[in-house]
Design a binder for this molecule. Structure first.
Ligand code: PMP
Length: 405
């Protein structure tokens, strides 16, 4: 018998295991307090509502829920998505009339990233990302063999001058204006206005990813970038952080110039997202459930963020020179906080020592497409309890002090 010859496509070499998922495997040992995962708190999953919705969907429309269906997605859900986005944008001062025909329901917003990559990226196409950025997006782009270029970013968001230097011939800018993964940062209104103006001036398409925008603590974020120029942006949304990630439900709002191709890519990828899950989400969401549910997530996550900030301040008092201690930001929403180790330390080296002390985090380096900050680390505050957050930060402090002395 001749041995079978498997020849992998060149693009397969561009696919690598997510560094973060590999790190998570190490940190999932029992007893470890994990600030590493990006997992929503299971306390927030509306189990009873899903149970009722499941029964109702199967009773009212079993054939619709269980049969093959349209690639665009379930009509009533697309209408609801369009209506909600329109309402939110109007409340933020920028009316956006979303046509349900522009909404494509996807299998998680992660699929949206993959589909957009397929229709917009050729080999060597320039794609702009923030620095740092969501690793999962870069992973979705990589098989299309882009030239990923990082745009400098600070606490207010993208550096517009750097963007101007790099925008020429870019296929798009991938941007996370709200409570970004990994930094928890949000883009200021001034920066959004400047970015919008620059994109309009240079004709640069925007790909706006907004899975965390609803999870604000004190104040709703400014209007989406796409609302400011709907023909100039693709907007990605997700039900993962406000309902449950396990159903894998998200959506893309795309302008007429790209929507038909996106739909064809969707058809080729999986025909359509699960009709059953779409109806479940619709049943749970209709009648304003999110207006009652999301505030409970916000207050839970805010209390957990506060517990982390307090514990950090307790263990790492500020010093005259910020390079001498751990420093961190104060995210105004979302799930993550971004911290920076004292000068001379490296988050990758610290991780195994922290795990020995019983706490895990994700080093910041993998989130950079360009030059990485080896001192940076991402701390998620949503999965552990307040008590675990206190113990975890104490363990982290022990690991940092032990490595410094
Ligand atoms: N974008 C960002 C920025 C994310 O953090 C995530 C989830 N970690 C996703 C997209 C994908 O989310 P989902 O596929 O669950 O909608």
């Amino acid at each position: 018998m001749t041995q079978t010859h498997w020849t992998l496509a060149a693009r397969a070499a561009k696919m690598n295991p997510s560094v973060i998922r590999e790190i998570l495997k190490v940190t999932e040992r029992p007893g470890i307090i994990s600030f590493a995962g990006g997992l929503p708190s299971p306390q927030t999953f509306p189990v009873a509502e899903f149970e009722a919705a499941c029964a109702k969907v199967l009773k009212d429309d079993p054939a619709g829920a269980l049969q093959y269906a349209a690639s665009e997605g379930y009509g009533p859900l697309r209408e609801l998505v369009a209506e909600n986005l329109g309402k939110q944008s109007a409340a933020a001062g920028v009316p956006w009339k979303v046509d349900p025909a522009q909404v494509l329901i996807t299998t998680g917003s992660q699929q949206g990233l993959d589909l957009v990559a397929k229709i917009l990226i050729d080999a060597d196409s320039k794609v702009l990302v923030e620095s740092p950025t969501y690793l999962g997006a870069v992973m979705a782009f990589m098989p299309m063999e882009p030239n990923v270029v990082s745009v400098a970013s600070d606490d207010e968001g993208l550096d517009i001058a750097d963007l101007r230097d790099k925008a020429k011939d870019a296929r798009f800018l991938y941007v996370l204006p709200n409570f970004q993964n990994p930094t928890g940062r949000s883009m200021s209104e001034a920066r959004r206005a400047a970015l919008s103006a620059e994109a309009a001036r240079s004709g640069l398409p925007l790909m706006e990813d907004n899975p965390y925008g609803d999870l604000w603590f004190d104040q709703a974020p400014p209007a989406p970038l796409t609302a400011r120029n709907p023909e100039g942006g693709i907007y990605l949304g997700s039900f993962s952080k406000v309902l449950a990630p396990g159903l894998r439900m998200g959506f893309v709002v795309a302008p007429k110039a790209v929507h038909p191709k996106l739909l064809q890519a969707k058809q080729a990828a999986d025909l359509h997202s699960p009709g059953f899950n779409q109806r479940m989400i619709f049943e749970v969401m209709q009648n304003g459930f999110l207006d009652r549910h999301v505030p409970t997530i916000r207050s839970l996550y805010k209390a957990q963020r506060d517990a982390m900030l307090q514990a950090l301040a307790h263990h790492f008092p500020s010093t005259a020179n910020p390079d001498d201690t751990l420093t961190w930001n104060t995210p105004a929403g979302g799930m993550f906080l971004w911290a920076r180790l004292p000068k001379g330390m490296n988050a990758v080296d610290l991780l195994p020592r922290a795990v020995d002390k019983g706490v895990a985090f994700v080093p910041g380096a993998p989130f950079y497409a360009g030059n990485a900050d080896a001192r940076a680390m991402r701390l998620s505050f949503v999965t552990p309890s307040v008590e675990e957050i206190r113990r975890g930060v104490a363990a982290l402090a022990e690991a940092i002090h032990a490595q410094r002395s």
